[in-house]
Design a protein around this ligand. Sequence first.
Ligand SMILES: Cc1cc2nc3c(=O)[nH]c(=O)nc-3n(C[C@H](O)[C@H](O)[C@H](O)COP(=O)(O)O)c2cc1C
Length: 175
Amino acid sequence: MAHTLILYSTTDGHTVEICKRIQQTIEAQGDSVRLIDIRDGLDLSSESFDKIVIGASIRYGKHQPLVNALIEKNQAILESHPNAFFSVNVVARKPEKNTPETNPYLQKFLKKISWQPQHLGVFAGKIDYPSLGFFDRNMIRFIMWMTKGPTDPAAVVEFTDWDKVEEFGQMIAEM
Ligand SMILES: Cc1cc2nc3c(=O)[nH]c(=O)nc-3n(C[C@H](O)[C@H](O)[C@H](O)COP(=O)(O)O)c2cc1C
């Protein structure tokens, strides 16, 4: 039985939902999974695990700086285990931007780090306008208006393709 660590970076919780689905898929294969918020500052060097996955959402064009810091600090540990990285953003709702090769945020991120994840994923996220404050809600509405997305301030729209998330989980179980 393999033990997988999934480290996540989230602001509003949707990346955690994606991690939970990946966890369920892996656990259905008989392996164990632990989900950890990267803000908890886990010391990876004192952990025992077989595989590692990092998942992070995009906010105003970037993953949280903690994600880069974690990768920089632990690159050797990441590279010594089967590993994967995935990004969550709403640009990925567009079919022409929903693969690791075509998603601009993931491509830009990979150019900034020296770790080369063995496996990559990109998932479209969620827009929950009512839960956002005035500034963020209107910034996102403006971006959505420019990119032909939903702008109704009462809208809650989940763009995530859950089958694709489960396929990723299956791939982790097999890696
Ligand atoms: C304030 C804010 C800024 C965002 N900026 C971007 C962005 O620049 N590009 C993008 O594709 N998605 C952007 N998103 C969409 C998020 O990536 C998406 O809502 C995702 O599901 C958030 O995941 P989380 O809840 O795990 O943080 C933004 C969302 C919010 C609320």
